[in-house]
Design a protein around this ligand. Structure first.
Ligand code: SF4
Length: 229
């Protein structure tokens, strides 16, 4: 029977609420929820890329080039967490479509810098708005829910970064300029690059000025963040 479980204790019997016994642990259900959100994002990305005559990877490349300026294929690969051969294939198609141009990289004479053309930049700007439907859904959360969600997402991303599953790029928590819990009050953290305080809900996930700290320093930042102040 779908419903109540029972057990006997001496002569009496008690029924446990069904969902006390039949609910997956919270981490598993959060993972299921994130999976569903991921599927929705993938589906939207395919739909919107298709509408623009692009693949999702091509759209992501243009979006990153618009946001970060000219980059090499290796830099795109690191930022997007996509293999270099996949990036090379997408860049070749983008160049054939007249959406990116290649020029010599003065930093690395054997590498090429990729720059969006005017048409490519317009597409890249539109591609940057593809995840906006998720932001709209998040706007429906209460401010304290948004802050808790952001904190959870940031900590999850940090764990996944250290496991090599998310590119080590852009987050304050892995940045050499980040100082954790250096003061009390609403903005306990500090960015040494711009010499400015940071609140926990102001931490960056995609900072263009990010400089990767060494593993030992990243661990120290993490431990400082988790330490009660
Ligand atoms: S440079 Fe950017 S990523 Fe680094 S601490 Fe400052 S705001 Fe954060």
């Amino acid at each position: 029977m779908l419903g109540l479980l029972s057990y006997r204790c001496g002569v009496s019997s008690r029924r446990l609420p069904y969902f006390d016994e039949n609910t997956e642990p919270l981490p598993a259900r959060i993972a299921t929820g994130l999976h569903k959100i991921g599927l929705a994002m993938k589906q939207q990305a395919w739909q919107q890329a298709n509408d623009e005559g692009l693949s999702p990877t091509q759209g992501q490349i243009l979006a990153v080039l618009v946001a970060d300026g000219p980059l090499t294929g290796s830099e795109l690969s690191a930022k997007l967490g996509v293999t270099l051969p996949t990036i090379s294939d997408s860049v070749r198609v983008l160049a054939e479509k007249g959406l990116v141009t290649k020029s010599r990289d003065p930093r690395h004479p054997r590498a090429s810098l990729l720059t969006p053309t005017k048409k490519g930049a317009a597409l890249g700007t539109r591609a940057r708005s593809w995840p906006e439907f998720i932001a709209t859904a998040i706007e429906g959360l209460a401010p304290e829910e948004q802050r808790a969600f952001f904190s959870g997402v940031m900590k999850m991303l940090r764990t996944l970064q250290e496991q090599g599953l998310v590119p080590l790029h852009g987050m304050c928590l892995s940045c050499t300029h980040f100082r954790t819990n250096v003061r009390s009050g609403p903005s306990p953290h500090h960015c040494a690059l711009v010499d400015a305080p940071l609140a926990s809900d102001q931490l960056r996930l995609e900072c263009p000025e990010h400089e990767l700290a060494l593993p030992a320093a990243r661990n120290e930042l993490w431990e400082q963040l988790l330490r009660p102040s």
